[in-house]
Ligand binder design. Structure first.
Ligand code: OAD
Length: 246
């Protein structure tokens, strides 16, 4: 793949860059996306049956078990070349903010520090009653595990449909998007708000918009550059060309 010289020099010189990632970035780690027509999770399951407060109220065990199944897949997954390329990129840009919609923790595992997890993390749970967070719980029960502090029902610490995003993370993401010079949108269909609006906010504030995706998205016509293909292949090539590292 060839990258335009203008883009290469902008990336070399930029002091502030934001990368927003979605499920496509983890696809090459063996994790399923949401909206791919054949293999996406939402092709097989209805979000309102599994990823909403109403679904949990109706059938907590069903929802808990679905997340337990996804958690098992995440446990076996490792970062791919795209995750590592983003971690390497962070070494070359003074203010590098990585914003992810992914709940799999793979960016953290790849070594990224300045990371905003907008939709939570599937490896964590929180109490539905007292909000205590936990990374370990008693899974040895037939029913949904309960909070060690108040015995309330535990739930995954992820954002469900109809819920607000963690406020501090969202505010930091908006601020970073408005201040950056380059905004990368990678492996996301760009249809879920408010994450999808970050690219537009960056563009409105003058940032260069770069998209990497297997397929065009609603953002593509607004992007200054669109690179079609796998993020696990394009990102390492880009990092190598721009900073001469692999
Ligand atoms: P989607 O499943 O909506 O989109 C994944 C995107 O990744 C698609 O545009 C694919 O074309 C692209 N893609 C797939 N494989 C790729 C690869 N190897 N390299 C590059 N691109 C690839 O996932 P998200 O945009 O992350 O929210 O979905 C956003 C949110 O919707 C999720 O965080 C989740 C979901 O409902 C919650 O659960 C709150």
């Amino acid at each position: 793949m060839t990258f335009p010289p203008d883009l290469i020099s902008r990336l070399r010189a930029t002091p502030k860059l934001v990368a927003l990632t979605g499920a496509g970035v983890s696809q090459e780690s063996g994790l399923r996306t949401f909206r791919d027509s054949q293999t996406g999770l939402w092709a097989q399951y209805r979000p309102e049956d599994l990823a909403s407060p109403q679904a949990f109220a109706r059938d907590p065990k069903l929802v808990w078990d679905w997340y337990a199944w996804r958690r098992e897949a995440v446990k076996g997954a490792r970062p791919n070349a795209g995750h590592y390329a983003l971690a390497e990129m962070a070494n070359h840009i003074p203010e590098f903010t990585l914003i992810t919609q992914n709940v799999d923790g793979l960016h953290h595992m790849a070594g990224n520090q300045n990371l905003l997890e907008l939709h939570g993390n599937i490896q964590r749970v929180r109490c539905t009653n007292c909000y205590t967070l936990a990374e370990a719980w008693d899974d040895d029960t037939e029913s949904v595990p309960r909070c060690a502090v108040c015995s309330g029902l535990l739930r995954p610490d992820v954002v469900w449909f109809g819920e607000s995003l963690p406020r501090a993370q969202l505010e930091a993401a908006v601020e970073a998007a408005r201040a950056c010079e380059v905004f990368l949108s990678i492996g996301t269909s760009g249809v879920v708000q408010p994450a999808a609006s970050l690219a537009h906010a960056a563009r409105d504030c003058g940032a260069l918009l770069v998209e990497i995706n297997l397929d065009p998205t609603p953002l593509t016509s607004k992007a200054n550059y669109f690179f079609q293909g796998k993020s696990g292949e394009i990102l390492p090539e880009l990092v190598k060309v721009v900073w001469d590292v692999s």
